[in-house]
Design a protein around this ligand. Structure first.
Ligand SMILES: Nc1ncnc2c1ncn2[C@@H]1O[C@H](COP(=O)(O)OP(=O)(O)OP(=O)(O)O)[C@@H](O)[C@H]1O
Ligand SMILES: [Mg+2]
Length: 248
């Protein structure tokens, strides 16, 4: 059973008085354990498609199945629970909560699930350790670098141990070194934990982290012309430690 299946997804938006057909029959299948990138021109509908696959937006037509479950018959409440429990999100601008420490940000998904403070904090601590921020548990993200903030956001996306991780331009706010470091971390954690991920990106410098690249164009999705790419090019652990030591 594939992790993610979409069939004949259509979505249009009103633009002034005109209706713009953004997605015009998108078919897509992502197997469990895959990291698939979605690329394509600005405005082509990548974020719209990600939001539909992530139960944030409903398609006008077509069917989405996540982990074998069709979204069509689900109530609003079931969709919310599916999104909360089985999907982790990473965004371009991190979307951390102001006024919360790093560990509290990572714990938010667990607190929302009603998990006790002590277990949430323990899990938050482990995850911040995993992303190289063990020394920043109670730091204020507003005083942290962009690279560190994205690592907090990656830790948060994994907090409730969701099977699916959706990332929308996770490296767009980062410089080349930090973008690469964030993707290395992301893909390593996703693979180690057996997650399935879709990453929307404009950034060809991180294409090597994809198992497969799909292009969104003219309302459709097709295999990217560059074809499949090699398995993740890992930065060796020594240079990663060095990069982290320089403060993200
Ligand atoms: N809520 C909305 N209401 C109206 N139009 C929308 C809405 N969301 C998206 N659109 C339009 O749909 C099209 C696709 O938008 P989307 O954000 O999915 O593109 P994208 O491929 O993610 O672009 P970018 O690379 O710039 O992020 C755009 O023309 C956008 O203006
Ligand atoms: Mg977008």
């Amino acid at each position: 059973m594939p992790a993610i299946e979409a069939q004949q997804i259509h979505k249009s938006f009103l633009r002034g008085k005109q209706r713009a057909d953004v997605l015009r029959g998108v078919d897509l299948t992502v197997d469990r354990g895959e990291i698939v990138f979605l690329v394509g021109p600005s405005g082509s509908g990548k974020s719209t498609l990600l939001a539909i696959l992530g139960c944030i937006l409903s398609p006008d037509r077509g069917e989405v199945r996540l982990l074998g479950e069709s979204l069509r018959g689900l109530s609003a409440e079931s969709r919310t629970l599916l999104r909360r429990d089985r999907i982790g999100f990473v965004f371009q601008k991190f979307q951390l909560m102001r006024g919360l420490t790093a560990i509290d940000n990572v714990s938010v998904p667990l607190v929302l699930k009603g998990i006790s403070d002590s277990i949430s904090q323990q899990r938050g601590r482990e995850l911040l350790f995993d992303v190289g921020l063990a020394d920043h548990l109670t730091a204020d993200p507003r005083r942290m670098s962009a690279g560190q903030c994205q690592r907090i956001a990656i830790a948060r996306a994994l907090a409730s141990d969701p099977e699916l991780i959706f990332a929308d331009e996770p490296t767009a706010s980062l410089d080349e070194t930090n973008g690469r470091l964030a993707m290395e971390l992301f893909s390593r954690l996703v693979r180690e934990r057996g997650k399935t991920a879709i990453v929307v990106t404009h950034d060809p410098r991180i294409y090597s982290f994809a198992d497969r690249i799909l292009e969104v164009k003219d309302g459709m999705v097709r295999e990217h012309p560059t074809g499949p790419v090699a398995q993740t090019a890992l930065i060796d652990s020594a240079s990663q430690a060095e990069l982290m030591a320089t403060g993200s």
